[in-house]
Design a protein around this ligand. Sequence first.
Ligand SMILES: Nc1ncnc2c1ncn2[C@@H]1O[C@H](COP(=O)(O)OP(=O)(O)OP(=O)(O)O)[C@@H](O)[C@H]1O
Ligand SMILES: O=P(O)(O)O[C@H]1[C@H](O)[C@@H](O)[C@H](OP(=O)(O)O)[C@@H](OP(=O)(O)O)[C@H]1O
Ligand SMILES: [Mg+2]
Ligand SMILES: [Mg+2]
Length: 343
Amino acid sequence: MRLNGEISDIDEEDEEREADVNSIGVAFPLPQKLVVGYALTSKKKKSFLQPKLLCLARNKGILFVDIDRNRPLSDQGPFDVVLHKLAGKEWCQVVEDYRLKHPEVIVLDPPHAIQHVYNRESMLEDVADLNLPECYGKVDVPRQLVVAEDPLSIPVDVTKAGLKLPLVAKPLFVDGSAKSHELFIAYDEYSLSKLEPPFVVQEFINHGGVLFKVYVIGETIKVVRRFSLPDVSKPELSKIAGVFRFPRVSCAAASAEDANLDPAVAELPPTPLLERLAKELRRRLGLRLFNIDMIRENGTRDLYYVIDINYFPGFGKMPEYEHIFTDFLLSLMHSKYKKRPGI
Ligand SMILES: Nc1ncnc2c1ncn2[C@@H]1O[C@H](COP(=O)(O)OP(=O)(O)OP(=O)(O)O)[C@@H](O)[C@H]1O
Ligand SMILES: O=P(O)(O)O[C@H]1[C@H](O)[C@@H](O)[C@H](OP(=O)(O)O)[C@@H](OP(=O)(O)O)[C@H]1O
Ligand SMILES: [Mg+2]
Ligand SMILES: [Mg+2]
């Protein structure tokens, strides 16, 4: 099946099969309700556009079409939905201009909203402002400060801000590169002066070595457990000095779903808490596709910290993402048509 010269996810063999069936008149053409243009890195295409997703989508009448970055976006399609995650200011501008010119197309998600979570300072601001009712637990963010340029002033700034050791340093900007996911643990504030700004310095929260990844796709949420960095004990802290580098720590982290964990560590955050958090963040961030990394302070039952928010994360690792994502796309269409006057 071709669409304005674009090749869809249906491969040639499938095309032939479809044509054969249609030519002898024993079946109707597959229903086509929704065209989704995608602009993704090859890594993302591989992890997200898996055969199972494409097959399910096709059965539901959803067609994924690869956007050609070398041609104007408006000349391609027409699309019902544009799904994108590519780095660079130029690309952001292309998508922003397209959104203004084509308000009828649902763009996932608006570039300005994505930029907001590509900065580790603004990323957590909305969580800090939330003030959710505390009936199911308290959600906070670790205390942090931004080191913009002068690393020599860090020890004084850390003391002034009252940050407790150990500390985590993370690059301020997230741009999809391996370097922007490099993390440092500092056992003393002086060692941080060796790092290259800009970065954020955050308090390390002991959390029993398990992290909760809360995936959000529209109104659906799904939480999984992942192994995380181990706790730092007081004796360890007093014995060790220096700063230690962890390249791409979260990506390397394995699933902890089937692990034999201490029940107090393994217990998932309460669903009503996660639902409220996701709903509020969806609204405040203006994003529909993201995940929230949450930890529970070790030794507490209900003190949670959000440490990271990722735009259009690795949904390929989310259980049942194929069904959830395709249903989400269809729901977008339903709400779009419901909004039309007279329909
Ligand atoms: N403040 C903290 N306290 C304790 N552990 C932390 C803290 N911040 C980060 N970590 C640990 O380091 C990991 C990586 O940190 P973070 O999630 O911020 O980085 P990232 O590169 O943005 O990850 P992702 O691949 O999810 O985008 C976390 O998954 C967690 O295991
Ligand atoms: O799903 P989690 O564990 O959160 O990890 C994701 C990161 O948060 C994303 O930043 C990665 O996507 P990009 O490589 O497109 O930034 C994303 O890459 P992927 O989609 O290729 O798996 C993941 O590494
Ligand atoms: Mg993370
Ligand atoms: Mg992240």
